[in-house]
Design a protein around this ligand. Structure first.
Ligand SMILES: [Zn+2]
Length: 146
């Protein structure tokens, strides 16, 4: 990702912690999901670009099945259950989160047009249930290709 962080400085340690987390790979929810996927025996790769022309990395990718998974952080991607808008510099942060959401939808559209199945998982979701859903889609796609 190349998004710059210009703008107001974070006003609290909570916000700076969230900023740090935004672009970090291998977050707790990601690791939990991968553990559950491994347990289901579906092979995957990590942190790849589905399309070389598109500067977006999927968190988990099943290239053969053309399935990608994004684990969306509740805060940065505006989870309806956990969106807690910061009070300081509210407009700036809100705009940033809105941009992230637009970018997510754009990513889904571009990849969908190219034949990818895009699955999004909220970081708050149960990893086992998410892995069930993902594994089912991947197996279906793999079957339909043989
Ligand atoms: Zn959430």
């Amino acid at each position: 990702m190349t998004s710059s962080m210009d703008g107001p400085m974070p006003s609290s340690s909570g916000v700076s912690e969230r900023m740090r987390r935004q672009r970090r790979h291998n977050t707790g929810p990601e690791l939990a999901l991968r553990r559950e996927l491994r347990a289901r025996g579906v092979g995957y790769r990590l942190h790849r670009r589905p399309l070389t022309s598109l500067a977006r990395e999927a968190d988990v990718i099943f290239r053969g099945a053309k399935v990608v998974v994004f684990v969306d952080g509740c805060y940065w991607h505006g989870c309806p259950e956990h969106a807690s808008w910061p009070r300081a510099n509210a407009r700036f942060w809100r705009a940033k989160i809105e941009r992230n959401r637009e970018r997510d939808r754009e990513t889904d559209r571009i990849l969908g047009d190219d034949g990818w199945t895009v699955l999004r998982v909220w970081e708050h979701e149960d990893a086992g249930r998410s892995a069930d859903r993902i594994a089912a889609v991947v197996r279906r796609r793999r079957l339909s290709q043989t």
